[in-house]
Design a binder for this molecule. Structure first.
Ligand SMILES: Cc1cc2nc3c(=O)[nH]c(=O)nc-3n(C[C@H](O)[C@H](O)[C@H](O)COP(=O)(O)OP(=O)(O)OC[C@H]3O[C@@H](n4cnc5c(N)ncnc54)[C@H](O)[C@@H]3O)c2cc1C
Length: 347
């Protein structure tokens, strides 16, 4: 039996796991996807990679600043730009943006060092075993993988609407109502590649669209890489646009529409890529986050929910929420000495 099972290998889950592992707990992280990172995501396409989730890290906030510094010292991150252009109203935002030449998922891989992580394990249900342990049951993928595990404490480091499904049989209607109140905006991301012979004769590495029906962001993703083989743009839709395609199976027409919008508003040849891929984020950005740093659902054994939707809505709140959750779980178990916000140093 594990001391703590953490559902979700995003930034929040990995942070909780590192805190508790470094203190001496027996920790396992279970993740439904093939890799770690969650919304900190990088995809490989045609010999080049593209960040289809987290775009960059800003050197803002004490905790994030420390992480950025350590990652820069280890050459995992580099400065990308200090200016984000804003389209309508025409302006420029001054902010230092750091990116990973190997793809932003390198940040998650750093946070995952030394952890026991079970990939391809989607938790389908959770039950209380005789009041002395939790049992996590996995969706069957093949007969070789374990079907369940047990732990003394559980952390759900997943978006609130996904936690809600697992919590429904376990907690009161009052607690469920708190989860139902937390909504997320969706986003559709298109990663599109173009021949290097097409000249990107624009100074902007990234453009933010705040008042566009279709577009939220266009970034020249290949400018994050060393010697890219192609020009790759990442185009992120507005929430309004993504809502139209929430249940559509074939996202190619949506991708084509976004490429046409990008061509209209940025560079005319953007609607004729050599290759492209599209991804839908059903839970991209929390729109009404909790003010607390985690949600303790007060069951007879420790069960805490956390993530970027606790205390904020971006990557820094995922980190902070992970730290606070580890403290709470520690106080409910053995009160060991936690590394606190120094935990990056030993990775
Ligand atoms: C397109 C996009 C752009 C973004 N850009 C920025 C940006 O520029 N700056 C910034 O600060 N933030 C940005 N963000 C937000 C940032 O990525 C998130 O705030 C942060 O990564 C959230 O981390 P998390 O650990 O809370 O959740 P997640 O990353 O969502 O992690 C949850 C994990 O749980 C797993 N999971 C879910 N259900 C189960 C289950 N039943 N069983 C097992 N595993 C499960 C998921 O697969 C996932 O890996 C962006 C997000 C998106 C989508």
């Amino acid at each position: 039996m594990f001391d703590v099972a953490i559902i979700g290998a995003g930034v929040a889950g990995l942070t909780v796991a590192q805190q508790l592992r470094q203190a001496g707990y027996g920790v396992v992280v279970v993740e439904k996807s093939r890799g770690v990172g969650g919304r900190v995501a990088t995809r490989r396409l045609h010999n080049i990679c593209a960040d289809h989730g987290l775009r960059y890290l800003e050197g803002k906030g004490e905790l994030l600043q420390r992480l950025v510094k350590i990652l820069c010292d280890r050459q995992i991150l580099k400065l990308w730009t200090d200016t984000i252009y804003q389209f309508s109203p025409d302006s420029q935002l001054s902010t230092t943006c750091y990116v990973a030449p190997e793809g932003m998922s390198a940040v998650a891989k750093f946070l995952a060092k030394g952890l026991e992580i079970w990939l391809n394990h989607r938790v389908e249900s959770i039950i209380l075993n005789n009041q002395d342990s939790w049992q996590l049951n996995f969706a069957a993928i093949n007969d070789e993988l374990p079907k369940s595990l047990t732990a003394k404490a559980v952390v759900m480091a997943i978006p609130a609407p996904q936690a809600l499904v697992l919590l429904e049989p376990l907690v009161s209607e009052e607690v469920l109502a708190r989860f139902r109140a937390i909504e997320f905006d969706p986003c559709i991301t298109v990663m599109a590649g173009y021949s290097n012979s097409l000249q990107v004769d624009r100074p902007e590495k990234a453009i933010l669209f705040s008042q566009n029906d279709d577009l939220a962001w266009i970034g020249l993703d290949s400018s994050k890489r060393f010697n890219p083989e192609a020009s790759v743009f990442v185009i992120q839709s507005s929430a309004k646009f993504a809502q139209l395609y929430l249940d559509t199976e074939d996202l190619q027409p949506a991708a084509r529409e976004l490429l046409a919008s990008a061509a209209k508003h940025f560079i005319p040849w953007l609607d004729t890529p050599t290759f492209f891929q599209v991804h839908r984020w059903r839970y991209a950005f929390p729109i009404r986050p909790l003010s607390e740093m985690f949600l303790d659902v007060q069951t007879s054994l420790p069960l805490i929910c956390c993530g970027d939707w606790c205390g904020g809505n971006l990557v820094e709140s995922a980190l902070q929420s992970g730290l606070s959750t580890a403290q709470r779980i520690n106080s409910q178990l053995q009160n060991l000495s936690l590394p606190g916000d120094n935990f990056f140093d030993s990775l």
